[in-house]
Design a protein around this ligand. Sequence first.
Ligand SMILES: Cc1cc2nc3c(=O)[nH]c(=O)nc-3n(C[C@H](O)[C@H](O)[C@H](O)COP(=O)(O)OP(=O)(O)OC[C@H]3O[C@@H](n4cnc5c(N)ncnc54)[C@H](O)[C@@H]3O)c2cc1C
Length: 353
Amino acid sequence: MRKSVAIVGGGIIGLMSAWRLAREGHSVIVFERHKTCGSESTCAAIGALMPLPPNKDGDMAVFQRHSHDLYPDYMKELSEELGVPHPYKACKRVQILRSEKEICMTRDMAKGYPNSIDYLTEEKVRALEPQVETLGFGALFCHDTSSINPIHLVKILLQALKKYNIHVFNGVSITQARPQGDKFEISASVGSFVVDDFVVAAGLGSTGLAPGVPVTPVKGQGVAIHMDKKVISHLVRHQGLYIIQDDDLTIRIGATSEPKAVHMLPDEAGYNTLLAKAYEVLPALRDGEIKYVWSGARPKGPDGKFHIDREDSTFGAIVATGHYKVGIGLAPATAEKVCMLVAETQPNRLQSS
Ligand SMILES: Cc1cc2nc3c(=O)[nH]c(=O)nc-3n(C[C@H](O)[C@H](O)[C@H](O)COP(=O)(O)OP(=O)(O)OC[C@H]3O[C@@H](n4cnc5c(N)ncnc54)[C@H](O)[C@@H]3O)c2cc1C
C-alpha cells in the first residue's frame, strides 16, 4: 500500500530512508532544521565502512555486515538512476599491528576467514602501500572495508530525492507530531501536514521528539590534508585512526572520540593528536598542507546501541537513531528496516493513540 510518510532529519539516516521509501512508491516529505542537509553528524563523518570482523556474532555485528553487503547494490542503483558516478569504494583496509599478540590474533583470524583477513609481513605491506611505515609487526589486511565520502553521498541522495519529487523542507524544525486517528499530524512553520506514517531520524535531535530514546553527543574531530600525489590506495587504520585518500588527492584523517568534551568545536589538541598518529605511519603527509579541520557530534544511543523501531513515546512513530560511530555504514540496512516497518501494520501506534 502506498503511504504518505514524513521524516524528521536530513542526515544520512533520514535521506537514505526517504530514497528507499520513494523507490517503493511511498510519497515522502523530509524536514531538516538546518539550511543544509547532513550538516550535523553526517558530513562530519570520515566515511569508513568497516563491519565488525567475521568472528563476532550478535545482532549488531550481523546487522552491520548486512548493511555493508547492501552498499554496492544501493550505490549502483543510485548511480544508474541519476546517471552520475557514486562515491562508494571497496577500498579494503591495511591495519597496522602493534604487538606480537596482535600478529598471533591476526594469523588465527586469517586461518579461520581466508577470504576476508590476511596477515601482511613487513615486505608485503611495503609492496602494497610503499609510503606506509609499519611498527615492526606487519599489518592486518581486511577485504571487508569500504569508504564513501559522506558529503558526496548526501549530495547525490538529494538529487535522487528531487527526481522522486520528494520535498525537503530545509530550515524547518519539528517539535511535535500528534496522532490523528490512525494518522499523524505534524505542525511546522511551513504548515500543518497529516501523514500515514512518521519517522524520527533526527540524530541528536531525536530525543526531543522521542523522549523514550535518549541520545547523547560524543565529539569527534578530523583533519584534511592537501596532497599533490597519491600516497595510499587502501584505507589505513592505525591506533583507532582512519586515513583515507579521496580522488582529488585530499587525505582525510579522523577521528577523535571525546565523550566528555566541553565544547563541540575543533581544537588544537584534537587535530594535533590526529596528525601525530598519522605522521607515524605516513610520514609523507608532512609534505602536505592542512586544508581544513572539522568536528562533529556522534549521536550515541541508549547503552551505545542504535534504535530502529516503532516507539511508544512517539505514539508509535518509527524512531531510527543512535547510530553513534557507524551511522554511515548502517544507513542501507537502517533504510531497509524503516521500509519494512512502514510496510507493516502499526500495532504500537494504534494502542498508544
Ligand atoms: C568525527 C566523526 C567521524 C565519523 N566517522 C564515521 C565513519 O567513518 N563511519 C560511519 O559509519 N560513521 C561515522 N560517524 C558517525 C556518523 O556520522 C553518524 O552515526 C551518522 O551521521 C548519524 O546519522 P543521522 O542521520 O542519524 O544523524 P545526523 O547526521 O545528525 O542527522 C540528523 C538530522 O536531523 C536534523 N534534526 C534534528 N532535530 C530536528 C528537528 N527537531 N527538526 C528537524 N530536523 C532535525 C539535524 O539537523 C540533522 O541534520 C562519524 C561521526 C563523527 C562526528
